[in-house]
Each structure stands twice: as C-alpha cells, then as structure tokens.
Design a protein around this ligand. Structure first.
Ligand code: THU
Length: 131
C-alpha cells in the first residue's frame, strides 16, 4: 500500500471516531511489514484524560493481533488543525519503530511526511533487565 492509499484509509477510519467533546475526529492507518493494515480512531471519554488517540488505538490493535513490525503510519483529521501526533503517541511509536519510520500526516489536499526521528529525537528507551 502506497502513502496515498494509507492516507485514504486513515480518512476512512476517522468515521468511527468517538469525539463528542472535541468534535475533532482523527483516523490512523498502520501498515505492518506483512502488508496488513490496522486502523484506529480517537476514542474520547467524559473523564477527558482517558481519551485514546487514533494512532495509539491503531498500534494497540495491531499489537493485540500479534503484529510488532511496522512500515509506516498515516494520520488524518476531520478538520483543522493538522493532526501532528501528540507526544504520547510519538513515544508509543518509538516502542516498536525506529527513527526512519515514516509518518504521513494529512494536510490540505495532500500530506506531509516526517520520520519518527524528526518528530521525537531522544525518545526514552529502557533496557530490559532480569530484576
Ligand atoms: N488526537 C488524536 O487522536 N491524534 C492526534 O494526532 C491529535 C489528537 C485526538 C485526541 C482528542 O480526542 C482530540 O484529538 C483532540 O485533542
């Protein structure tokens, strides 16, 4: 799937957003290394802080389905502003993806491309220990 198709899939995913508080619907489409695509949308909550962003919804759905290797992610929103991923989503991407991981962000009639390394330099990393 090419970047344009991934952006289109992200737009389709935002239809399912639960965003009664912000009225800002976001969709994400995550391309796995095996070619499968997982989608996500933002899921808000009356207790605002419990909201899950579209990007994390897609990543968690893919991981829950047994995927760990990802090629790219596309993000689209129902209106302005441009949906640059929040800091929490960038850190969650860094859990599974390297600095060259492409992030396609819908903007106007097209999209902008950034790498995860550009979006989140110096991500937090933790060595697994036996303790
Ligand atoms: N949101 C996302 O789902 N992804 C982004 O990249 C930016 C923000 C959501 C969270 C919340 O439901 C709404 O957009 C407004 O912040």
């Amino acid at each position: 799937m090419n970047p344009e198709e991934l952006i289109k899939t992200a737009f389709q995913a935002l239809i399912h957003a639960h965003a009664p508080y912000s009225a800002y619907k976001v969709g994400a489409a995550l391309l796995c290394d095996d070619g499968t695509v997982f989608t996500g949308c933002n899921v808000e909550n009356a207790s605002y802080g419990l909201t899950n962003c579209a990007e994390r919804t897609a990543i968690f759905a893919a991981v829950a389905a047994g995927r760990r290797a990802f090629k790219a992610i596309a993000i689209a929103a129902s209106k302005e502003p441009v949906p640059y991923p929040c800091g929490a989503c960038r850190q969650v991407m860094a859990e599974f993806c390297g600095p060259d991981f492409p992030v396609y962000i819908a903007k106007g009639d097209g999209f902008e491309t950034a790498t995860l390394g550009e979006l989140l330099p110096h991500s937090f990393d933790f060595e697994v220990s036996d303790d």
